[in-house]
Design a protein around this ligand. Sequence first.
Ligand code: KG4
Ligand code: ZN
Length: 340
Amino acid sequence: MVSKTIYILAIESSCDDTSAAVLCNDEVLSNVVATQKIHEEFGGVVPELASRAHQKNIVPVVHRALTIANIDKKQLSAIAFTRGPGLMGSLLVGTSFAKSLSLGLNIPLIEVNHMQAHILAHFIRDDKTESPKFPFLAMTISGGHTQIVLVHDYFNMEILGETLDDAVGEAFDKSAKLLGLPYPGGPLIDKNAQFGNPMALPFPKPKVDGLNFSFSGLKTSILYFIQKETKKNPDFIQENLKDICASIQYTIIEILMAKLRKAAKQTGVTQIAIGGGVSANSGIRKALKEGENKYGWTTFIPKFEYCTDNAAMIGIVGYFKYIQGRFAEYDVAVKARYQI
Ligand code: KG4
Ligand code: ZN
């Protein structure tokens, strides 16, 4: 057991957020995120533009994280970085930066799996939120991921199910695009859904075996439905936006919850933790609360800034790896696909 104070500088650059954080043991001293606005006009992340923006952002973001934490880089114990999964060009920026800084400061380098980080974000010490106890079920839901994982221990995780096509955030965003809403449309669907009837339009739910998910069929059925209705009435979307959003949201949440209930039943695990940007959704939050009463679940959602892509979650994994002496070699290469 290491008793000294450990300062980790963590870097996350797997998709379109450039982020740096400083942790003192399991506490976050700073967590800076530069979100790339450039992708909005394209209606989705453009990989080439993402890597360029990371190049521009990385030094100022790291500098700011150190300044806010009031830590000199000479005090750092190690550098943690996201090795994957993610966009190759984006990962390369953070990885190369982390390697150089670790070499320059002569301190260890720690590679982190982004999906493990979304799950271990639950262990960031925070006075307000409690951490789940092992074993627990973790459902990571974001624009890039949809996964249910059985977490036996910090580094012993088992994927029970994942999406076979689109991620759930993509399903929200692509549906929003069909309705003419700006990117990313997930939060706007949620906002409009508050005032609509979730039963107004019954969209089909996919039949997928086991605990895997599929969202591409839903997108297609929404597309055909909208095309058919706007042919009859060009104002159909404007006149029914709230009901359409409520129905889309209801269908997506039902797809997620059906698999989560199945996973809980199959494993007998009642500690349920969610993470990723879609955990901001009011429908999923309500459904989880209902699960507490109906199925005796204990549910966990980290602070929102630790749900979306952020470096603090990379830092907490860095801390756990540091105390176990799990360091990376300098020839470590990024992995666009990287299983937990
Ligand atoms: O984790 P995140 O910030 O980035 C990654 O995808 O890695 O997640 C962003 C996703 C987007 O698809 C966005 O539309 C969705 O999370 N999102 C929501 C809500 N807030 C964010 N989807 C539905 N309801 C929300 N309230
Ligand atoms: Zn993520």
